[in-house]
Design a protein around this ligand. Sequence first.
Ligand code: ADP
Ligand code: ZN
Length: 603
Amino acid sequence: MNEVKKPKKSLTFYYVIAIVILFLFNLIAMPNISEGKIVEVDYGKFMSMTAEGDIGKVEIQTNRILFTDKAEKNVYKTGILDDPTLIERLHEAGAVFSGEIIEETSPILSFVLSWVFPVLFMIILGNIISRVFMKKAGGNNSMMFNMGKSNAKVYVRSSDGIKFSDVAGEDEAKESLAEVVDYLHNPQKYTEIGASMPKGILLVGPPGTGKTMLAKAVAGEANVPFFSMSGSEFVEMFVGMGASKVRDLFKQAKEKAPCIVFIDEIDAIGQKRDGRLGGNDEREQTLNQLLTEMDGFQGNNGVIILAATNRPETLDPALTRPGRFDRRVPVELPDLKGREEILKVHARKIKTEDNVDFLAVARMASGASGAELANIVNEAALRAVRDGRKTVSQADLEESIEVVIAGYQKKNAILTDKEKMLVAYHEIGHALVAAKQKNTAPVQKITIVPRTSGALGYTMQTEENNKYLLTKAELENKIATLTGGRAAEYLMAGTVTTGASNDIEQATKLARAMVTRFGMTEKFGMVALETESNRYLGGDTASACSAETLSDVDGLVVDIIKTQYQKALDILTENREKLHELAVFLYRNETISGKEFTEILNE
Ligand code: ADP
Ligand code: ZN
């Protein structure tokens, strides 16, 4: 899919250069070349050579004298002076007066030499240079010759292009896009009935969920050219370039129709236009041009525009209204089955052992995006290579989940025994609270191996099934589980550590959401006190209430967390022996599986 074909460019520029060089060449170089090596000497030297008799042939022209030495080896030239006795002296010196010291080249030959040959030479050179330049300018533009041209890469039809089967999961998105493919294959079917395809389709979802892949797959399935360009590429150095790039992109696309135009990160140009002073003029112009272009072509001319974004709420309403990007296809994080399929798709590229259970791996990797799953498979393969094995095992995959997911929390330390025991208590605390509350997911695995790039301890909880709705009780249990780590430290060692900072953050976020967004408190009921501003990028929130209300909110959040902490502490106090037993097991083995955990718990 990566053969990149550049649109053809005008060569006039190179030819102009070639002609200019040719003129200079004729002016400066030609005379010397055709006259071979003539040595210019002063008149004095000519006179002394004449006096010494060292003169061969002589030719006196209107404005210069050409002569050779006696042996006729070298040709000299000199200027003409008023020298009445020159001829006599030359005659005495034995000079031969001849008219053919320099052979006149034939006029045809000289024409060929001075005009035809250089022209040919320049054309060839120009071609070579232009080709080299175009290759260089391939991806990013070489400013001089390429200003304002779009850099859209054309992925030419190719038999090994990405197909829908390469994109695992995402069935809803695929279904929605399959229609587009069908339309590109068979437009009459739609035009007959008077239906027109949406001009633009917006793929919306978190990073790494396969939006780009889906767009490519549409092009691959429909077997049409695929133009791709990133929103940020439109907004470049020069003001006004963005708009002309948009124009150029659409011009190319219309020539190649039917085709797919893919604009990645469309939020880079499509942000809401606001009247702010000093707003980004360039971006607005680019956006305006995009809107104009989208209006300018008829629905059924075979150009389908796909765009991807993970911040749909920032897009300008003009862009999302019907007639432009009128269809929105959500590309969400994969669910359990989706994750299993994605793992399998990527595992096709590597050699795995026969007994690998992808479902189990998918279960552990809850919340991972397609890109992360691809990364997990690759990490597993690397691990197998590192260990000198030929195939990837289940253990490799499980280990690499932790590298990829837990690995983000850094800390490269060798724990002292005391610290290690504390970490064991902390992690078992989480797991025990989770296990003792009915509604929380059972533990899959706990490790306290300090990772080069990972946390001190890691509890891998697994969801058996996908959950789309969480009840109030489940949320509270989640918070209790998060506080379980700190509660265990306090209960068993009488101290608290910094190790719980991440837990605290998460618990607070949950509790806050319960109050401000989920309407789960009696005091406020179903009032939205906060709005979520970007759902697909971590979900930042902005408050939408007065300062007094905010301080009430804070109070409620504190209450919720304190209650849940107390609940966790109670559970752990009740199961103090088990907590100790499990922690010692974890301390000794550094890792405990879900099975071992339940066994010890139920002894
Ligand atoms: P996005 O454009 O949504 O940020 P990409 O389409 O660039 O994500 O995906 C990045 C990589 O993640 C892909 O190259 C692919 O290897 C992997 N990937 C993501 N989603 C999927 C999926 N549904 N099936 C298979 N691979 C996927
Ligand atoms: Zn913790």
